[in-house]
Structures are given as structure tokens and as C-alpha cells.
Design a protein around this ligand. Structure first.
Ligand code: GLC
Length: 834
């Protein structure tokens, strides 16, 4: 977009470089009309701030984690302009005032192409829906800053949070503005959805780096849309505040990003199980029937979700007294069936003064809701018709909101909370009118405490994040003995510390089944790994084959929930007949067998920000042929999943990264044919058996099929494939207590709540050694069998456990040698002669 299209006034430019001041770990440059600060924040993390005059103040609700300064820090030097080495990359300012980000080998990763520009933008150029007659707020809030950078032609651009389309977002314009595409839905051409996560990775074979635009105002990336070689960063609020992460691998970028913005929360075990939901489960009997339906049919289940139907007239923090006269009795009945209860909460509080609705009365009395410029409360339509919105930027409001959960939900025994409509979304007409549509909120609406006033333009992208945080903190406060679980629709950078998310209202379309892969990969790459989509599709009626395939794929989602809209056909796993039910059962059984692995991966996420679902290029960043694969993925390091994504698909082609791959189901090696620097294979997509491959050197922990995580596991199984050398760290915990969980994005406080087992595999021709380290940490798993399942070409000649000869059974169907013993937590050495 050229200046005239973008700006409503002549753009102001940074102008000439006037001077540079060096500091120990930073430099600051003054231009005729701008100020630049470049800082080494921590090893591998740089920060670049560019404003016309003063930098914006740090907000109390900010997503950043305070980072301890590192002793080995960089120092700035003078070089015409200045340069700062932050470890793994250099940030340089040339004497003509242009910025460059330089890799260790001297390559320019990003290079500024023109002087930064500022000005008030044309409203119509912002690409968002606006309220009739709306205007940008006055002052710097309404000033757009733009920085244009040249990209390496080979770079793929990954991340950007919640998006449609493929994994690589290069060539697109990406707006960061939380929005509910209510009434339209989302599709390939959609831009911004419910969450704004202005984070991306630039990846080419051999190196990756990342960036986080630390601006909560409306912002935008033109990622090669206007010019294929240029990335332009545009932000309202008058400042570009860009953190850069040196990588050099995608995994290191995620570590650096989440070091800064907080590590993902650790979900309780039940949250990693299966969740059943639908809008329209409106009576306790109906919900219990659903839970019983799972139990009777031996379909594993861990949670049921209560959508808005449980409330009294859609009033948050109430139960409908006719339909749900005994919430505690209901929760208890679900618990006795080995499942958990999750209730929805919407921020739109019914505007109901004097009608005995405590929440609204208190909110108005204490002035806790968003207000218009004239101090009157802001109102919009949501489910309960006219509604008020809490001002979550205020700590007082977050505490009040959090406490509301105690009497109404927690005391009844509700286990988890689902936050919805928190972009926030308000409609232009009552929902009952049948023609309600999303109605934009005025950009200038005020948020925050008097001493920290901010506009909607600045706070909107963090509104859902702040609600999620209030909820998480309330669960921590009022139920300190268990790990909180909060699901949210809108979210911002930092939400990963407190919330899981789902991708909102999708459709029962094959396109949306396929979309879920790059969409969830993008979420994980943006630092928010605990994500899922509505399995079966939300809008429109589910279809048998589509549903079956969705369950197969959903078994690998970090968050696995079936959900559908009011008025659609039943979508329980048995609603589509016996064949589909059988596939759903296989999918659920696989999910539950994967739980020990998912727990280890969730720990890895909470320690280093590593996503659970990973693009192949995350694990193989040097292999060009796999970087663009976005219809397959890896679950953690060991499993490659190539789901069926089209109707009547009998075969799946898959690009295999280097190394040997074995079919999970048959144990047989999948050779494939050469394809670039990788190989490709064709795999059958049998119902209930999604193409699933084991990487060489896999040390994959599995459990047995359980109907719910409420029953303790009795087996731990290690599925192993040979490799010259492989290492893994298995992490287990009790699934419930907060001891194992990092608090609010911080590092886990020691190993008190976890059990750690290191696994080491070494092989040479004819011989394979697997060493299981003695278990460490404070958690003792319940008594169980430990089974090792080695996927080999043929039965081993000799097997020794701790130096003694033992017998292993040979399972021809899985091509596996198997032996087990009562797990004693001690170290063991298994030696195979092949
Ligand atoms: C929104 C949510 C959806 C929910 C519905 C009713 O559309 O995205 O999941 O079922 O509201 O609460």
C-alpha cells in the first residue's frame, strides 16, 4: 500500500540520523523526527523500539515476563551508526540510519528499505470493520507507525497466530485485531479471527529467526503482499516495538519467545482427555445421558461442556433454577461417572439493574464496566440481550470477576471454565431477532484505571487474554489444590500461560478439517500450543465420513473436543451409526494410549515453549523438501501423522524426512521413493488407522486404553525403534496438583511434583542397548507394568535385562519384540543382539 492509500495526511519520516548513544547492552539513536532504541534483552533476544518521540509506558497488563539480566550480555559498539550483538544475531544501524538484522554468517536477515513513517491512517485502509461514524482516537493512539524490511527470498513465514490458509503466510496481509466473524464464518480468504498474536518465524533451510510485535493496538504485517520481498510492519499507537529472536532453529525461537512472553500452562490430566460439548445440552438429564452414552459404549470421555443453556436467561454466574435446580448434585453425578464439568462464561453481563442479578448490580454500583466518554456504561447486545462489559484492564475488576466464580461455579463443583465472546463481541440487534451481526465497538472507548487510561484500540487485542488471566488466577486462588483449566476463544500474546484455546466457529466442511492442520501448527508456532478446533464442525450438520475422519485427526490435537451449534444434528460419536462409532472408538482409544506422551509434550511446552503439534520443518529445519508440508505434522518428536483430509480418500501421499520410518500399526519400514532431499511414500488410510509413522530412534511412551483419566493407569509402554543414538526425557506427574505446573508462565519450581525418567538408546550393527535411568523427582506413579516394545525387522537373537537373559515375545502383526516387568523406578539396561 503506498503512502497516499495508507495515510490520511502526508507521512512524517524519521529523517536524518543525528546521533547515537552507546550503553552497555543497548544503543539509542536520535533522528530528526524519531527515536530508536536497540536493546539486548537476553541471550538471543533483541528489542527494537522506534517512535517519533517518547516510548510508550509499560502497561500493568502487559504480556512480557520480567527477564533477569544475563551476565554474558552483549555490548554495543560504534560502527558508522552502531551495532549490537545479542548472541546469535547482530542488530546494526548503518550511518544512513537504516537498520539491519544480521545473522552470524553475515547474511542480512532483515534490512530496512526506507525511512520509518508516521501519520494518521485513513480509516478505510485499516481493513477492519468499523462502527458507523467511528473515528480514530486523538493523539498518538491514532498514529500509525510503519517500518519496511527486506526479506530473504527463501524465507517462509510461519506463525502469525490464529489464521486460515497454509502454514507459510508469505504473500499475505495479516491484520492483528481480535474479531468474531459471526454470521460469516471463516474461510480461506479470512484475515483476522478471534485472537491477535503478532508473532512470526522466518524459516529457510539451515536457519530460523523469529519476531514478536509488542504492540497491543491494532497492527498489521504486510508479509510480501504488496511486494514479495518486503515485510512491512504497521502499528497504531505510534510505535514499533519489535522483539527479535535469533533462533537459529524453530525450537530455539519458541524457547526465546516464551522465555519473554511466558511458558504455556500445564493442563490437568483430564483436560488432555476427550471433551464432549454441544450448544443445546440444556438439561442435566440430557448431559448425564450423554456421559452414560460414552460409558455404555466404552467410548473414553473426560469432560462435558455446558454451553450458555445452563444459565438463567444467559446471565453469567447463574444456573437456571428450573432446568438446573441442583448444580452441585449435577456436578457430583458427572464426577461419579469419572468425568468433569466445564461451564461457559461470557463477559457480556446482562444489563439488569434492580432485578436481583447481583453481578450487574455490583458492576454498576462499583463502576467496574467499560464506559463511554460521558461516563455512562457501554452497552451492546449479546446472548442476554442488552449487556455490559467488564473492564478487565483493571486489577480490581479482574479480582472481582474472578471471585464471582467461587460461589456460583466452584462451590457447585465445576472443574474448568470456558470463556467465550471475549474479543469482545457484541451484536447490533438482540440475538432473538434472528438477524444479529457482530457490531464493532468504538475505537475510543475507555479502558483501565484512571492513572492508566487506554482506549479500546489499545486494549481490545488483550481483552480475552485478561479475562482468561482473571479466571485462571481465581481458580488458583479458590482451588489452590488443583491445576486450573481455562479455555478461551479470544486470546493474546501471554494467554498461553493461563489458557487453552479453540479456533472458534468452524463449519462441518472437509475444508475445515484440512484447515485445522496448518491452523493449529500456526498456533503452536506462535507460542500457544494448547489448541484445538471443534471436531465434527460447529456450523451446519455433521456428516458421517467427515466426522469419522475428524475424530481420527482430533486424537492428535493438543485439545480434543467435539462441539456443534444449536439446531444442528446430533454429533455424539454414536450419532452416525455403528461404523462411524467404531472409528470414533479407535480414535479415542489411540488418544488415551497417547496420554503419557501428551503429558511429556505438555511438560516440554511448559519448559521450553515447544509445540505439541509440529510442522515437519520444526524437527527437520535443514531439509528443504519438508519445509512446506502442511497437511502432515509431527506429534512431538516421534510420530508423523498424515491424516485423510478428503472424502473417500483411500491413500495419502507423504513426504518423509530423512531417516528410517516405520508404520506405527504394522511396524514395517516405509521406504518411499526419492523426492528432493527427502522421500515420498503412499500410505493407506484405513478407517480408524490414520497413517502414522514412527521416527527412527523413537522412544515413545504410551499407556493403556482407559475410559477416563480418573482411573489410574496400570501400564507404561515404551515403543522403541532403532537408531544409532537417541535420547528422551519422559516426564510424568499426578495430573492434578499444581506442584508439577509452572505458575503463570514461570519455570517449574523444581521436580517435586514430577517423575523424570531419562531414556537412552544406542545401536550398532547387530546390537541395541536401551538404558532407562532411575526415576527421579518427587512424584511416584501408581504400581504398574513397564513394557518395552521394540519395533524390529525380525525377532532378536538374544535379549538381556540388567545382564540376565530374558525372553521377549515376538508380535508379528506389529513387528515387535516385547517384554515387561513390574515398574520399580530403578534404572535398567536392556541389551538386544539382533
Ligand atoms: C459462540 C461460540 C460457540 C458457542 C456459542 C454459544 O458461537 O464460539 O462455541 O457454542 O457461542 O455459546
Amino acid at each position: 500500500m503506498n503512502d497516499d492509500e495508507l495515510f490520511a495526511e502526508p507521512a512524517r519520516r524519521a529523517g536524518r540520523l543525528r546521533g547515537v548513544k552507546l550503553e552497555q547492552r543497548a544503543f539509542e539513536a536520535t533522528f530528526d523526527g524519531a527515536r530508536l532504541r536497540v536493546e539486548a534483552v537476553a541471550a538471543g533476544i533483541g528489542r527494537l523500539r522506534l517512535a517519533e518521540s517518547a516510548f510508550a509506558p509499560q502497561r500493568s497488563w502487559d504480556a512480557l515476563q520480567p527477564l533477569a539480566p544475563e551476565p554474558s550480555a552483549a555490548s554495543a559498539e560504534r560502527a558508522g551508526g552502531a551495532r549490537l550483538d545479542v548472541g546469535g544475531m547482530r542488530l546494526e544501524l548503518a550511518d544512513d540510519g537504516r537498520l539491519e538484522v544480521i545473522g552470524p554468517d553475515g547474511d542480512a536477515w532483515l534490512a530496512q528499505t526506507e525511512a520509518a513513517a508516521w501519520g494518521r491512517p485513513r480509516l478505510g485502509a485499516l481493513g477492519i470493520r468499523l462502527r458507523e461514524g467511528d473515528e480514530l482516537p486523538a493523539g498518538r493512539d491514532g498514529v500509525l507507525a510503519r517500518l519496511s524490511l527486506r526479506l530473504d527470498p527463501q524465507d517462509r513465514l510461519w506463525g502469525f497466530g490464529q489464521r486460515t490458509g497454509g502454514l507459510d503466510k508469505r504473500g499475505r496481509r495479516l491484520t492483528n485485531w481480535a474479531a468474531d466473524p459471526f454470521g460469516i464464518g471463516h474461510h480461506r480468504g479470512s484475515d483476522n479471527l478471534y485472537q491477535a498474536l503478532p508473532v512470526f518465524l522466518a524459516v529457510k533451510p539451515g536457519r530460523a529467526f523469529g519476531a514478536f510485535l509488542h504492540v497491543s493496538h491494532l497492527s498489521r504485517f504486510d508479509a510480501g503482499y504488496s511486494d514479495p520481498d518486503l515485510l512491512s510492519v504497521e502499528a497504531l499507537g505510534g510505535e514499533i516495538d519489535l522483539f527479535l529472536f535469533a533462533g537459529p532453529t524453530p525450537a530455539e525461537v519458541l524457547e526465546q519467545l516464551t522465555r519473554l512472553t511466558g511458558r504455556p500452562m500445564l493442563p490437568p490430566a483430564w483436560a488432555l482427555g476427550f471433551h464432549q460439548s454441544r450448544w443445546g445440552y440444556d438439561r442435566p438429564e440430557r448431559l448425564l445421558e450423554v456421559v452414560d452414552g460414552f460409558r455404555e459404549r466404552h467410548l473414553p470421555l473426560d469432560a462435558v461442556h455446558l454451553d450458555i443453556d445452563y444459565m438463567r436467561g444467559y446471565r453469567s454466574f447463574t444456573w437456571d433454577p428450573q432446568r438446573f435446580p441442583d448444580p452441585a448434585g449435577f456436578c457430583d453425578a458427572v464426577h461419579r461417572r469419572g468425568a468433569r464439568v466445564v461451564t461457559i462464561i461470557d463477559p457480556g453481563v446482562k444489563d439488569d439493574p434492580g432485578a436481583g442479578y447481583r453481578v450487574a448490580d455490583e458492576a454498576l454500583e462499583r463502576g467496574l464496566m467499560l464506559r463511554n466518554g460521558d461516563a455512562s456504561p457501554f452497552r451492546g447486545y449479546v446472548w442476554p440481550d442488552r449487556a455490559l462489559l467488564p473492564d478487565f484492564a483493571r486489577a480490581e475488576v479482574r479480582a472481582w470477576w474472578g471471585d464471582l466464580h467461587r460461589d456460583s461455579l466452584l462451590e457447585a463443583g465445576v472443574d474448568g471454565v470456558w470463556n467465550d465472546m471475549n474479543e469482545p463481541t457484541v451484536f447490533d440487534a438482540p440475538f432473538a431477532s434472528g438477524h444479529a451481526r457482530d457490531r464493532p465497538i468504538p475505537l475510543g472507548l475507555e479502558h483501565g484505571d484512571a492513572e492508566e487510561r487506554a482506549t479500546h484500540l489499545e486494549v481490545r487485542n488483550l481483552y480475552g487474554a485478561l479475562e482468561g488471566r482473571a479466571t485462571f488466577e481465581a481458580l488458583e486462588r479458590h482451588r489452590p489444590e488443583s491445576r486450573p483449566w481455562v479455555l478461551t476463544r479470544s486470546a493474546g500474546v501471554g494467554s498461553q500461560r493461563t489458557c487453552a484455546t479453540w479456533m472458534g466457529d468452524n463449519n462441518s466442511w472437509w475444508e475445515h478439517l484440512a484447515l485445522s492442520v496448518p491452523q493449529l501448527l500456526g498456533m503452536g508456532l506462535s507460542g500457544s500450543p494448547h489448541a484445538g478446533v471443534d471436531i465434527g464442525g460447529f456450523f451446519e450438520n455433521g456428516q458421517p465420513e467427515l466426522f469419522a475422519r475428524w475424530m481420527e485427526l482430533g486424537a492428535f490435537y493438543p485439545f480434543m473436543r467435539n462441539h456443534t451449534a444449536l439446531g444442528t444434528r446430533p454429533q455424539e460419536p454414536w450419532a452416525f451409526g455403528a461404523e462411524v462409532e467404531a472409528v470414533a472408538r479407535q480414535a479415542l482409544e489411540l488418544r488415551y494410549r497417547l496420554l503419557p506422551y501428551l503429558v511429556t509434550l505438555a511438560h516440554e511446552a511448559s519448559e521450553r515453549g515447544a509445540p505439541l503439534m509440529r510442522p515437519l520443518g520444526y524437527e527437520y529445519p535443514n531439509v528443504d523438501a519438508v519445509l512446506d508440508q502442511d497437511d502432515v505434522f509431527l506429534l512431538g518428536p516421534w510420530l508423523l501423522v498424515a491424516p485423510a483430509l478428503r472424502p473417500r480418500q483411500r491413500w495419502r501421499s507423504v513426504v518423509l524426512p530423512p531417516g528410517r520410518w516405520r508404520d506405527f500399526w504394522t511396524g514395517r519400514e516405509v521406504a518411499g521413493d526419492a523426492a528432493g532431499d527427502a522421500r515420498a511414500a503412499l500410505l493407506p488410510t484405513l478407517p480408524g488407522r490414520p497413517p502414522l509413522l514412527l521416527r527412527e530412534g523413537a522412544l515413545l511412551p504410551l499407556g493403556e486404553v482407559r475410559q477416563s483419566t480418573a482411573s489410574p493407569p496400570t501400564e507404561l509402554r515404551l515403543v522403541v525403534t532403532a537408531a544409532a543414538r537417541s535420547r528422551y526425557r519422559l516426564v510424568e506427574d499426578d495430573g492434578a496438583s499444581p506442584a508439577a505446573a509452572p505458575r503463570h508462565g514461570a519455570a517449574r519450581p523444581g521436580d517435586a511434583g514430577v517423575a523424570i525418567t531419562t531414556l537412552a538408546l544406542d545401536a550398532e550393527p547387530g546390537r541395541l542397548v536401551l538404558e532407562l535411568g532411575a526415576r527421579s523427582g518427587g512424584f511416584d506413579p501408581p504400581p504398574r507394568t513397564l513394557t518395552v516394545e521394540l519395533r524390529l525387522d525380525r525377532p532378536p537373537e538374544r535379549v538381556r535385562l540388567d545382564g540376565r537373559d530374558v525372553q521377549a515375545t515376538w508380535d508379528r502383526e506389529r513387528s515387535a519384540a516385547e517384554l515387561g516387568w513390574a515398574d520399580d523406578g530403578a534404572g535398567h539396561r536392556l541389551e538386544l543382539t539382533l
